[in-house]
Every structure is written in C-alpha cells, then in structure tokens.
Design a protein around this ligand. Structure first.
Ligand SMILES: [Ca+2]
Length: 324
C-alpha cells in the first residue's frame, strides 16, 4: 500500500539525513476530516537540523477556519450541512465480546417498517473473517476484514426501511461500510460504501474518497444516496472548481503527506503524483490558492493533483497521499 511505501521511504530518508532526530509517526487526529484510509502524517522533533523549513513542528498545527469563514462553493453540495454518518444512526447494535474471537451484535428494532420489531443478530468470527447476519431467523453470510461496529439508519427517503450499516476497517485501514436491507422476508446486500462517510438530513452521503479534505471549503467530487434500496452515486463535474479559490486547511510541511511542488508545467492528466520533489515548497495553513487545472480521475473520486496559483503568484502542483 502507498502508506507502507511512504513509511519505508520516510524511514530511509530519515536514517540517512537525520541520524540524531527523534522521529514520531502519528495518525491524523480523529477529528480531522481527512481520508483516514491511507494517510500517515510525520513530523520531526529536530527540524532545525533538517534542511530549511518554513514551518517548524511546533507551528504545524491544523488551521481549521470557522464555519462562518468557510464559504461553500456554489450552492451544492454544501458540506457544512454534512456531519459524520454515525450522527444519523438510529440504533447502534449492542456488541458482545465475551467469546474470544467472536463478536455478537444485536438489536431489536422494526427495520422492515411493518410495525413489528425485528430480531437482528450479527455474528463475526474474527479468525475466519466470516460474518453471519440473521434477521428474524433469515440469515446470510458475508466477509468482514475487521469488524468495528454496526448500526441501523433510515437514509432511504423513498421508503420506511431502516438499513443495516456494518463498519469494516478493511484489510489495510481502507474503511468500508457494508449495507444490508431486510424487507420482511429476505435480507439483501445493497452494496459497499468506501471511505469516511458523512451525511446530511436529506439522505445525501459524501465520502472522503470523493472529497478533497485538505482544502477549505472542501471540494466534493461525488455524493451518494440510497433510493428504493439502490445505492446511487452522483458524480460532480470536477471542472466546476477551476477558477475557484480555496485555502489549505493545514500547514504544508516537509515530511508531511501533502505536497506542493512549485512548477509552471501542468502534469500529464493521467499522472499519479506521489511523494516529495526537489521543488517542494511549504506554506502555512490558510494560504489561499486558485485552482487552474485538475487531473483526470476515476468518476466520483477526487483528482490525483491540482495545478494551482498561490496567493503570492507562484504556481505549483498540489497533491496528497490517496488510497488505491
Ligand atoms: Ca418489522
């Protein structure tokens, strides 16, 4: 995985260049709306010995503008309306860990909408990664890499069903929600939703996979909804952001997982940029920039790179570590 490659790269470079440094690797804070699937933020506590950096570690704190400062781009999707998907959960399944290697999660709740409570039980075998979901005695099995929790949510505006969301941390911290529906007689797998998810009160879901979390306001490249039991993905035209001005949400620092490479050359549209370059520059969180161009990207996903003009007039390519 890229995070692993980056870790190896970082450690090698650090051992060569910074023999006396204390090195700390840390995950982004849980409150950070970053793509948690693949990011490793690194900092050096001895940055004075490193090559020149505009921003020292002690200053490298996230700069999150207040909501009144952050103006949404156009009118939609307005990310300020979105909050963590869990906030929209109606019922969390109760998980029991008494049997080693087995997790039993249960709830008694009317998910089919017929007025009669349904007995929901999910058994996960952590050794075989097999999950067994049972509703009123009807069951099916599924594969779950690392079960975290499960909850019920009414997000389908068209129907009165509550759907079961199973949060799977994934094989390498690539989180995925497995979504199931019970219609009163059978259980149906609706699909998987990847990334860190947020939703609004109208059932619209945005994912870290289709959002650029590193800028303010966020750039949203797709949103998802569940309609009549079908997961529908709505791509957002990526070119809508060209010409618009954003700010970096946090400092761009050396040994970070976000890069800003000064250049006047637009990369190939299918280029997947990765890692530092000799022309990397470092700027403070809050620095404004205008999008001049964007890479191609898989429909609905965020682009691989952004060609930008900084507020001081320099042009650069901005990119960051992304999951596969
Ligand atoms: Ca029912």
């Amino acid at each position: 995985m890229k995070s692993y490659r980056f870790l190896v790269y970082f450690l090698v470079i650090s051992l060569v260049l910074l023999p006396s440094c204390t090195i700390e690797l840390k995950r982004p804070a849980s409150t950070e709306k970053t793509n948690k699937t693949s990011e490793v933020t690194s900092t050096s506590t001895a940055s004075t010995e490193a090559t020149e950096t505009e921003v020292t570690e002690s200053e490298a704190t996230e700069t999150v503008p207040s909501e009144t400062e952050s103006e949404p781009v156009d009118d939609f999707p307005n990310y300020l309306d979105f909050s963590d998907l869990l906030r929209h959960a109606t019922v969390m399944l109760d998980s029991n860990y008494e049997t080693p290697g087995m997790i039993r999660s249960t709830a008694l709740f009317d998910i089919s909408g017929d007025g009669v409570a349904d007995q929901i039980q999910l058994d996960v075998n952590e050794t075989t990664c097999q999950g067994n979901l049972s509703v009123n005695g009807v069951s099916l099995t599924m594969y779950i890499d690392y079960f975290a929790f499960a909850f019920l949510m009414d997000i389908d505006r068209a129907e009165s069903h509550y759907d079961l969301f199973i949060y799977d941390r994934g094989p390498s911290e690539d989180p995925v929600f497995h979504v199931y529906r019970y219609d009163g007689t059978s259980i149906r797998f609706l699909g998987d939703l990847y990334g860190t998810l947020s939703a609004d009160r109208e059932g619209r879901i945005i994912s870290s996979v289709g959002t650029s979390w590193h800028v303010s306001p966020y750039m949203v490249f797709s949103w998802t909804e569940i309609v009549n039991g079908t997961i529908v993905v709505h791509p957002v035209d990526r070119t809508r952001y060209i010409g618009q001005t954003f700010r970096f949400r946090s400092d761009i620092v050396e040994y970070g997982s976000v890069w800003l490479s000064e250049t006047t050359t637009i990369p190939a549209y299918d280029a997947f940029l990765y890692g530092p370059t000799p022309t990397d520059i470092y700027v403070r969180g809050g620095t404004r920039f205008t999008i001049l161009d964007l890479s191609d990207c898989t429909e609905g996903n965020s682009p691989n790179w952004y060609y930008v003009r900084l507020e001081d007039g320099r042009t650069a390519v901005f990119y960051y570590m992304k999951g596969d």
